[in-house]
Design a protein around this ligand. Structure first.
Ligand SMILES: Nc1ncnc2c1ncn2[C@@H]1O[C@H](COP(=O)(O)OP(=O)(O)OP(=O)(O)O)[C@@H](O)[C@H]1O
Ligand SMILES: [Mg+2]
Length: 377
């Protein structure tokens, strides 16, 4: 061989560039070749396994799992498809059980970001100090109990997505820190002085009217605009009833598989009852309702007697109110408050949500008017 080291190295580099696993020069050492083949095969298996796992994740969490044919859901699916291939922050708003987490999952798992980190934090379950250390991490000894250094969720989510659930619960001082990461992509761990840089896309979810919280001075306006680059508003299930039959079928299939049952559908009367019900707990409540009905079912089709009592007992006239013209606004307010409280079985937080006012206001009004739920008779 001429002094050919140079040429050999060039060839090796080229081969590796176009995807060769390794490069051997002649004469080939058979033992080394054997080891290399084994390693290359192992790597191939890992790659295939990884692809398989990614596909499973996409199947399980991708947007095929979002069921519904209403124009609202179609619009949401369009937005999901668009934002999944971009890196913009998304704010998801919807009452409890409307599918906020489902949609956050779909945004992450149906785009090119699937391979990247997807980290979730529920902001309502931690107090301020703990939330900050969850988000930003902490240095050893930064507070009593900080026995070792800890990486926060922002660092874990670097180059990927961080899902901030119940974002309205973040306190003002943590809001400032969050704003800084969003604006400058920088932060320090709790008790640390080193500045850490991250590039993280935020999907935030809330069942509160954040704009109203901004107006009340409870949520920073600048943070609101940073989070609200793309807004997804999920309407309550009662406002998109045409989705109910599709969701019912979806849950029947799901629970048939889970419980090894063979329920084929629901009778027309049952479907009518499901369509008439108010669904204060939205899709989650419908899912639970179908599951418990299937446990009770004796026939191939679910009948009204299989449904939970709270669904069958709510006749449609309980959901409407006839008010004579000329009634004072105060009396109308009283009537609406008491009827709504009945509808949601005495849950004042639900009344607040349905009527779009704060829970405290509901309590105050009930006290002020000396109201009690209207008797059924
Ligand atoms: N359009 C939909 N298609 C299929 N399943 C749905 C749909 N919307 C919601 N679900 C199901 O309903 C349940 C509740 O959804 P999810 O947890 O995403 O709601 P959420 O808005 O995050 O609720 P919460 O406010 O309580 O956190 C889940 O089991 C979810 O899979
Ligand atoms: Mg949720």
């Amino acid at each position: 061989m001429r002094n050919d080291n140079h040429g050999t190295i060039e060839k090796a580099v080229e081969a590796l560039k176009i995807g060769a696993y390794d490069f051997l020069i002649k004469p080939v050492n058979i033992k080394r070749l054997g080891i290399l083949i084994e390693k290359a095969l192992e790597k191939q298996v890992l790659i295939l396994k990884n692809i398989e796992l990614q596909q499973k994740l996409e199947e399980r969490f991708g947007f095929k799992n979002i069921i519904g044919k209403s124009k609202e859901i179609k619009k949401i699916l369009e937005v999901v498809t668009q934002v999944s291939s971009r890196n913009s922050n998304v704010l998801i708003y919807g009452e409890s059980g409307t599918g906020k987490e489902l949609i956050a999952n779909a945004i992450h798992y149906s785009g090119s970001s699937t391979q990247r980190a997807f980290i979730k934090v529920n902001c309502s379950v931690f107090n301020e100090g703990v939330l900050e250390s969850e988000l930003f991490g902490h240095e050893k000894g930064s507070f009593t109990g900080a026995a070792s250094q800890r990486i926060g969720r922002f660092e874990m989510a670097n180059e990927g997505t961080l899902f901030l659930d119940e974002v309205s619960e973040i306190t003002p001082s943590t809001q400032v820190k969050l704003l800084r990461v969003l604006q400058e992509k920088q932060f320090e761990r709790v008790g640390g002085s080193k500045t850490i840089e991250v590039d993280v896309r935020i999907i935030a979810a809330t069942n509160q009217d954040l704009k109203e919280l901004v107006r009340l001075g409870k949520f920073r306006e600048d943070l609101y605009y940073r989070l609200n680059v793309v807004k997804i508003d999920i309407p309550p299930l009662r406002n998109r009833k045409e989705d109910i039959p599709f969701l019912v079928n979806h849950f029947l299939t799901k629970f048939n598989q889970q419980y090894q049952t063979h329920i084929r559908g629901v009778t027309q009367k049952t479907l009518n009852m499901l369509l008439n019900y108010y669904w204060p707990g939205n899709v989650r409540e419908l899912e639970n309702c179908i599951e418990s009905s299937m446990v009770m079912a004796q026939d191939e089709y679910l009948t009204p007697k299989d449904l939970p009592e709270y669904v069958t007992s709510q006749s449609s006239d309980e959901k409407s109110l006839i008010i004579d013209l000329g009634t004072s606004l105060k009396d109308i307010e009283k009537l609406v408050l008491t009827k709504t409280l009945e509808l949601v079985k005495g849950n004042k937080a639900k009344v607040a949500q349905l009527l779009g006012i704060g829970v405290k206001t509901v309590h105050r009004k009930f006290e002020e008017y000396g109201l009690k739920p209207v008797s059924k008779n």
